[in-house]
Design a protein around this ligand. Structure first.
Ligand SMILES: NC(=O)c1ccc[n+]([C@@H]2O[C@H](COP(=O)([O-])OP(=O)(O)OC[C@H]3O[C@@H](n4cnc5c(N)ncnc54)[C@H](O)[C@@H]3O)[C@@H](O)[C@H]2O)c1
Length: 258
């Protein structure tokens, strides 16, 4: 399929993990993709590993999504080069594990500044360009934005904010021909799933017993970044023209259980 031929796309947090998997999928379907990340060197290395044909349509961007002026400059450059923006994927975020005992308002603001405000900063900067021809905005939410879990007040608050930001933005932007949706991943095997001590959450005995052996994840495995690529590509494709304000949960069935 070449659903994204002639389409101009920007994905944040695209140096690795889920953002990179989405970028690879849209590139493989013909898109011109700007891979934006705060870690510009890692983006360059990711593009170096792509097939030549896809790498030729991939542009690295060093971008901190909390920096409003930098976001505006990025979309101004895309305007100069392409004159359009068809797809914006607000995917960048940071992990946070905050037991309530030590939680400070400063930490809460730090996490929500990136994981919630950052998506809006980027969206507002992209709008003047995107609204010229309409387009698709996709956010990466989380099942932690739909349900509570321990030690996660800042992260869950930010992701819950993303969930309802998607719905509110969908109402505001529909008249401009822009749809706004989200994917909500479950347990996905990326660097974000690392524990503070460097270990992997998915390797703990608790996780293996409860989530895999007793099938708290009904499909019996953790997800990989590529599991998100197809659902994301669908939501930003023309096939999803009549879908807006929706959250597509991609979690192997975790939230189907209780
Ligand atoms: N891995 C999971 O289990 C999981 C589950 C649910 C939701 N998510 C969400 O998926 C998205 C992607 O996460 P991932 O698992 O691929 O993690 P990751 O840590 O591999 O990727 C996140 C990327 O965002 C970038 N980033 C962080 N702060 C940034 C900033 N201020 N500006 C620009 N880029 C920034 C990082 O450099 C990194 O490349 C995030 O929104 C995350 O919250 C992940």
């Amino acid at each position: 399929m070449n659903r994204f031929e002639e389409k101009v796309v920007l994905i944040t947090g695209a140096a690795r993990g889920i953002g990179l998997a989405i970028a690879e999928r849209l590139l493989s379907e013909g898109g011109h993709v700007f891979l934006a990340d705060i870690d510009g060197d890692e983006v360059e290395r990711a593009i170096d590993r792509l097939p030549d044909d896809d790498a030729a349509r991939a542009t690295p961007v060093t971008l901190d999504i909390t920096d409003q002026a930098a976001c505006q400059r990025t979309f101004a450059t895309i305007d100069e080069e392409h004159g359009r923006l068809d797809v914006l994927v607000n995917n960048a975020a940071i992990l946070d594990v905050s037991p309530i005992e030590g939680l400070t308002i400063e930490r809460f603001r730090e996490v929500t500044r990136v994981n919630l405000d950052g998506a809006l900063v980027c969206t507002l900067a992209a709008l003047p360009l995107m609204e010229r021809s309409g387009g698709r905005i996709l956010m990466t939410a989380s099942i932690m934005g739909l349900y509570g879990s321990p030690d996660a007040v800042p992260y869950s608050s930010a992701k819950g904010g993303i969930v309802n930001m998607v719905r509110a933005l969908a109402c505001d932007l529909a008249p401009r021909g822009i749809t706004v949706n989200a994917i909500a991943p479950g347990f996905i095997d990326t660097r974000m799933a690392r524990l503070p001590d460097g270990g992997h959450e998915h390797d703990t005995e608790y996780f293996k017993t409860v989530y895999l052996e007793y099938r708290k994840i009904p499909l019996g495995r953790t997800g990989c970044p590529e599991d998100l690529a197809g659902p994301a590509a669908f939501l930003v494709s023309s096939d999803a023209a009549y879908i807006t304000g929706q959250i597509l949960v991609v979690d192997g069935g975790v939230t189907a259980t209780f």
